[in-house]
Design a protein around this ligand. Structure first.
Ligand code: XMP
Ligand code: MG
Length: 180
């Protein structure tokens, strides 16, 4: 599957270093707050595992599965909840862990949802951001890396369910999705 990757952008080591740095910030920012850390499935599963192991204070963990993309590489702007939280968001300090912010529409919907549910605070932590593509007026509070306006996969991110297990983030060769 490596032959489907045009260029490796961030290695396992790069991601490990940035997770450590973000973990230090979160530890300081959330001391004594018992935050609810929410992994947005499926793309954020590896980054989530890295981040929570770098947080040196009490946290609770939950998972949400939302869909905005299906198998396409262009955002539909609609977010459907496939799996909701197991615990109430009311009164909680929420940290949303995402794989990538592209247009920002997915996160905008999630932030609005948690505010509607009366969360005490909502912050966003994302492994990747594609600032060029932003449409929604939403920016992450904790960011790993910026990526160019190309389709990236690996380290949790997929194309048609594949490549999530790559131990790095790389640019998918356009012919892979153009020919499908
Ligand atoms: P929006 O546009 O709502 O999209 O910010 C966020 C979701 O879109 C997916 N996405 C990608 N997935 N490579 C991927 O594997 C990409 O380059 C990419 N861009 C957006 C992703 O699921 C994210 O949660
Ligand atoms: Mg995806």
């Amino acid at each position: 599957m490596n032959e489907d990757i045009k260029e490796v952008l961030y290695s396992k080591e790069d991601i490990s270093r940035i997770s450590h740095k973000i973990g230090l910030q979160l530890t300081a920012d959330y001391k004594d707050k018992n935050p609810l850390v929410i992994c947005v499935l499926k793309g954020a599963f590896l980054f989530m595992a890295d981040i929570v192991r770098e947080i040196q204070t009490y946290v609770e963990i939950d998972f949400m599965d939302v869909s905005s993309y299906g198998d396409e590489t262009v955002s539909s702007g609609e977010v459907k909840i496939i799996k909701d939280l197991d615990v109430p968001a009311e009164g909680r300090d929420i940290i949303i862990i995402e794989d990538i912010i592209d247009t920002g529409k997915t996160l905008q919907c999630l932030v609005e949802l948690f505010k509607h549910r009366k969360a005490n605070s909502v912050k966003i932590c994302t492994l990747l951001t594609k600032p060029e593509r932003r449409v929604a007026g939403i920016e992450p509070d904790y960011v790993g890396f910026e990526v160019p306006n190309e389709f990236v996969v690996g380290y949790g991110l997929d194309y048609k369910g594949r490549y999530r297990n790559l131990p790095y983030v790389g640019i998918l060769k356009p012919e892979i999705y153009e020919n499908n």
